[in-house]
Design a protein around this ligand. Sequence first.
Ligand SMILES: Nc1ncnc2c1ncn2[C@@H]1O[C@H](COP(=O)(O)OP(=O)(O)OP(=O)(O)O)[C@@H](O)[C@H]1O
Length: 687
Amino acid sequence: MTSPTDQRPDLPAATPVPPAPGAQAMPVPPPPEQVRRVPRGPRLAALRRPGPAIGLTWLLLVLAASLTSPLWLPYGTAEQDLARRFEGPSADHWLGTDDLGRDLLTRIVAAAGVALTASLVTVLVALVIAVPLALAAAERGPRVERWTSRVSEVLLALPATIIMLAVIGVIGVRTYWIMAVLGVLISAAVYRVLLGVAQSVRQRLYVDAARVDGLRSWMVNARHVLPGMASVVAVQAAQLFGVAILIQSGLAFIGFGPADPEPSWGGMIAVASRYVYTAPWMMVPTGVVLALTVIAANAVADGIAAHAASVSGHASSGRRSGRVTLLGATHGRADDVRLAVPAGAGTPLLEVEGLRVATTEGPELVTGVSFSVGAGRVVGLVGESGCGKSMTARSLLGLLPTGVRLTQGALRWEGTDLLAGGASADKALRRLRGREIAMISQEPMVALDPMFSVRSQLVAPLRRFRGVSRREAVGLATDLLAQVGIVDAARVLDSYPHQLSGGMAQRVAIALALTGEPRLLVADEPTTALDVTVQAEILSLLRSLVTDTGLSVVIVSHDLGVIADLCDDVNVMYAGEVVESGSCEAVLASPAHPYTAALLEANPHVPEGEALPHRLPSIGGTVPAPAAWTSGCRFAGRCRFATRACAEPLVLTAAPGVPVGAVPDHAVRCVRADDLSLTAAPEEDPR
Ligand SMILES: Nc1ncnc2c1ncn2[C@@H]1O[C@H](COP(=O)(O)OP(=O)(O)OP(=O)(O)O)[C@@H](O)[C@H]1O
């Protein structure tokens, strides 16, 4: 294949300056110092703060005292000494005695066992219900979420106290069962919190990456979503534990706790309250222990929350993902002019035809997009922000955001229509994701799971895709890292994502994408988040992968320089549709659509040796929102050449698209394409 730079039209230089031609076949090794030396593993500083540490110590102390009480408590819980009623602290009774002369310390410690374990039952029941439901609702999207949320609303609307009293009326005072019922009732509130977290974690790029790796949904949940929710689950558990202790004590206080002489904190406070004027001390030990235990649980919750916040910098959220379903498979609206990009010689690897993407209840986001990708070809999608580039790219992997669907179109992989018969795009593409089609995104740091080392993130898919042993997978992971230009592979293998620089993380993300030996790589603005020199290195790496391995690439970019540097073919997108497509050389050297021409004029890069323009031309206005698209040319409102004819819908007059002059493989969605000469210097706006 000809080097992309050889084919490059005489364009202003791209932002990332391509290296010398000889260097193109070689991945550029990054400097070793790109691996940041930061401490490994989670930082527990937040849990070492006095509040959470003291809280945890208190809870452990109470638990240990309760478990070991038969070994060291000198009195029995029911042992009475009527001669020593209402006593204050003394050497014999450290915390005093109650109305029957029973040792308060003994009874408090004995009651702690039931208080803690029954509260734990509430927590476990609530989590066992709420966590799977939240995971399922976040994964399945609005259809399942609607049901689970309705059920949770019903549970939340129920009067919990009355229900618990009714349950006690039926089953009697059985503390563990009552606390289990409390767990069921409270699970609705926990579910609401966890659903939000699960939805947010599912939007992170590393979850998308895991799906691209071909992991089944339960594996994605277990390996990536659940660990991402762990801190919130822990906070909820700690808080719920405190609430459960309070509710349990409240029930015992009003007489629905263990019957005397069995001790319970609530029951002991109830007895003490009867003598609050004559023997006020009796209230103090139990009240203080109860209060301290609840405060301790909350302090631990705060500590976990602070800890989570301190490490969240390594796990910021990324793009959303979700399921997509093909709603229909017919094409051909009268206004559909489909522009086709040549795939080069031979059968295209991937053909996209008449792709339409829409929100479930809102407007269409992408309409009638068609292009094809030949083996070893690099196809660009370029346009302003919001033009539908990412939606188009993500459709190729079945990774559209929740609430967004592929509604129409054909996706043909080596000639086979993956969506034939109305198959779900998610299911159809699952077998290709990772193995045939892989993806890299603009935020490599969030594309890697912060919980796992590079070694573990590479070894797992390598073993799955290539069926090799762990040892072989480590060897292959080292080779892959070398292939993407990482020289100190051993050190990087043992690093966590937060220990890598942006460029290094993108190299690892590319290595991860290559684990399944894909033939097509979808790169969604792979250099946007990187600084200029690193951008050039990553582009050089992609270029060398294409030339060395025959990889095909669909690259999304808003930078014409990147497109000119890397692509064989280009699709210029505007407001959800392709307005111009063709070979990079043809489109960029002879733009036929006023939008393409305007984009080129607004390109901020000046060819070497040329003077900087006094003022950079810009395109007035903004891309219209999907709901505001008209049936005519969507660019007309910003186009200096627009006429009345531009307001009319385009009718398919030639297949595919409308040919431009004598330039082969070049199509444009513009009724004035034939009478405009856009390669000439732009005129002043005539209006
Ligand atoms: N989750 C979503 N739900 C509904 N609409 C969305 C969602 N995500 C994006 N959109 C809309 O879809 C349209 C296309 O967005 P898309 O992200 O594909 O644009 P883009 O060209 O890739 O822009 P950028 O370069 O900023 O990513 C935009 O109008 C955008 O507001």
